[in-house]
Design a protein around this ligand. Structure first.
Ligand code: VGL
Ligand code: ZN
Length: 198
């Protein structure tokens, strides 16, 4: 009778991923007030909240000019890499940094590390997390990859479908990502249906 513990992962809500940024996700800014409400609920329940960030060097195989798929975005230390100014990131937040290796895309938060150098998986284990709730940007890339890795790690995964938006390079990519996640066993929830602590 293992005890369960929920946690929230807020994926890549950074300036470059909202309209006006270098790699804008359509309506990316709309997730901010919704995620702020989730953040409040998890914190009120005493549950961990993690924030991943995309954090690339100037030269990386992730960027078009060096053979990758994307325009330069979320370059370390630039305003575009900062969290959205309205995202309520607590001062003691655990930030998971990924994408710093110039050889990898690192879409998944599970490829990231805490400031202490712990992997995200290690940190979750140490915090006793069994159920991971995931929202943020982008549905079809970093949310998808993070949720798939969480499932592969044996966590119960719930995608917060009112708090995600996708890039949709191909129309329907985000819908397909959500369908794939459901097929692999992820649940979905919204602010209206979320039940913490049952
Ligand atoms: C992302 C494309 C490139 C994401 C990051 O955060 O979903 N997408 N880098
Ligand atoms: Zn990136």
């Amino acid at each position: 009778m293992a005890e369960r513990r929920a946690a929230l992962l807020v994926v890549d809500v950074q300036n470059d991923f909202v309209p006006g940024g270098a790699l804008p996700v359509p309506e990316g800014d709309r997730v901010v007030p919704v995620l702020n409400e989730y953040i409040r609920r998890f914190r009120e329940a005493g549950l961990p909240v993690y924030f991943s960030r995309d954090w690339h060097p100037e030269r990386t195989r992730h960027f078009k000019e060096f053979g990758g798929a994307w325009p330069p975005h979320c370059v370390q230390g630039t305003p575009g890499a900062e969290f959205h100014p309205e995202l309520e990131v607590p001062t003691d937040a655990v930030v998971i940094t990924k994408g710093a290796d110039p050889e990898e895309d690192a879409y998944s938060a599970f490829q990231g590390r805490t400031p202490e150098g712990e992997s995200f998986a290690e940190r979750l284990r140490r915090d006793g997390v069994t159920d991971l709730y995931v929202g943020g940007l982008a549905t079809d890339y970093c949310v998808r990859a993070s949720a798939l890795d969480a499932l592969a790690a044996g966590l119960k995964v719930t995608v917060l479908v009112d708090a995600v938006r996708g890039v949709d390079v191909q129309p329907g990519d985000s819908e397909r990502a959500l369908a794939e996640l459901r097929d692999r066993g992820a649940e979905t929830a919204t602010l209206e249906t979320l039940q913490l602590g049952e």
